[in-house]
Write a protein that binds this ligand. Sequence first.
Ligand code: MN
Length: 728
Amino acid sequence: MEATAQIEDRKLIQQAYRQLLRSIKSPLDATDQKNIRRSYEIAVEAHSKQRRKSGEPYILHPIEVARICAEEIGLGPTAIVAALLHDTVEDTDVTLEDIQEQFGDKITHLVDGLTKLKSDYNPDTAQAENFKKVLSTLVSDVRVVLIKMADRLHNMRTLGSMPKHKQLRIAAETSYIYAPLAHRLGLYNLKTEFQDLCMKVTDREEYRAIADKLQETKESRNQYIDAFIAPLRTKLDQLHAPYRIHGRPKSISSIANKIRKKKVPFEEIYDLFAVRIIVDVAPEQEKPLCWQVYSIVTDVHTPIPERLKDWITTPKSNGYESLHTTVIGPGGQYVEVQIRSERMDEIAERGFAAHWKYKGLTNQQDLYDSWLDGIRELLSEGDKNPKEFINDFKTNLFSEEVFVYTPKGDMKILPKGATALDFAFSIHTDIGQRCTAVKVNNKLVPMGYKLENGDQVSVTTSRNQKPNENWLKMVVTSRAKTKIKASINEEKRKSGQLGKEALERKLRQLKLDFESNVDAIVKHYGFKNRIDLYYAIYQSRVSLLDLKQLEVSNGHLVFESAKPIQQAPRSTKKGKSPKAPISINGEPGDQFKYLFANCCKPVLGDEIFAFVGANGVKIHRTACPNAQHLMSSYGYRTLEADWISENASHFVVELNINGVDDGPGVIERVTSEISTKLGLNIRSFSIKGDEGYFEGKISLIVSNTNQMNQAILALKNLDGISNVTRTE
Ligand code: MN
């Protein structure tokens, strides 16, 4: 038996390896071929004793990661070798020296980066800190992060064999770090798949529901797409340039987002798909040909002019180029059409790697360089806490951009949302700090004015101007923020000196030692540090006379000790049974003083997790709007939670209902349905109407999600009710 199993394993491994080799599109020279073969052999040997959670031989993982690198990200042989070796140094006896000896510097550098990312990576620290590490690796060689993404993608695809709480943690981290990074690096396919896989973990039911509906409607959708495309083909054929045209459904997570945002059911989402036209032409003919295609499309189908987006003339900051328009198709349905060249398509699908390949072909080669410089600059401002760092990163380096001009006509690129004052700081620190007024297109604007594309901005300065705290609210770029803070601190330090001297005098009068009392005073007045206290004294926000009234013991001022905050003992649930209906980390919930979170009000049967907060343990739904934030920022504080009893408790669930108002009839029908027919208790019910339309909230007591779903269904079927949803 043993022997057969081994033969089976070997077959699987060789199959996977052959598939990897087939997926490599880039030409390989003899050294590349030798290196790939050699790294494969080393990895097979090194991982020979390991298995994945699913029971498969471990080596299948690095092989698959290498295949994703080659086929789905478009990376070359160096990255493929590094991907094959990515788990060896951390998990096996292979050392970096071994790799150095066999493969040289480049590959060693990549494997080292991947190993560091893994071993420094601490699931117990906040995600923000981990994110910072990922970014530090990113600036040393982008490929490290690209391989890491392939690694994460494969882990997400095979997440099923992990315990649920680990799935949740990995999903939270993926949507916090990897999905946005994939987006920023232009890897749209990866980003979409990350988001879908995350949703599958956090919101399995909704995911299934949408997937099923997409499947059900597939045939009619394809018919529609055919009808939409047919008249276009006739005309496109006359262009005599090779082209592809097809309709693609949008991703499940993006459809879910639309349903949530627009608050409409699946059936009312019109843009479930987009039509894409890809032409194959030489770079210099791309632009005119794309516009020609645009004109064909809009000849056949009426366009909605304000929906035209031209990312060919001004590509997105992640390199994305395409022409988007929305037209009215058969039956009055809106259809999004995307027009691009094969080159643009490759960049759109593979982002960074493809961008590199075409570097020099177009005029935008420095897009990523300046972006990476931005990250480097941010990383070098060492005094930031990780949270601040992430915030700055998100506003400055993830966002889209706004293009504005100096009075001389030089273009400046700032993050979207940047203000006139940000502009001043982007020109020069001195100009920022002395800024007194800003004119945009020759009109005076407030310093907090949000810049728009094409604005021409001029700044007036004065020698006497100084930044103040208010300025911090008027800027978004980290550059401006850092400079303003530095200047305020300098100012505080200077005037604070006077405050400090006043305090020294006071303590001398009271015959008290300065050093042994000053920190207690800082604490007493609630300041963060001495400088803030000195500055407050200078500004007379703190009166030193108060100190005289205090008692002194052993040369120390005695402040009334703060009363410890009393926490009222709260019982978890007033159910009849004292037994908790849930387990936390596999143990009966009674041992934890937990509460059900008010934000999402879990009901027995919901998917849940436990979160250890400042006020004890709270149970949230995994679909809770706060969940992602909690798990991603404080993954280490989440615990697994499961329902263990079937009917021990009662839960309050709140439903939104709306519909067509026909007077008191609705209220009567609702209450009779709920209390008489279903036998459920209503805790509260409010309804307000407006011109024949009404909205209401109803709180019910249920024992589990089955009862809740029954109630939702029953209410939906009532006359005059159009929609019933659970409150989020
Ligand atoms: Mn791995």
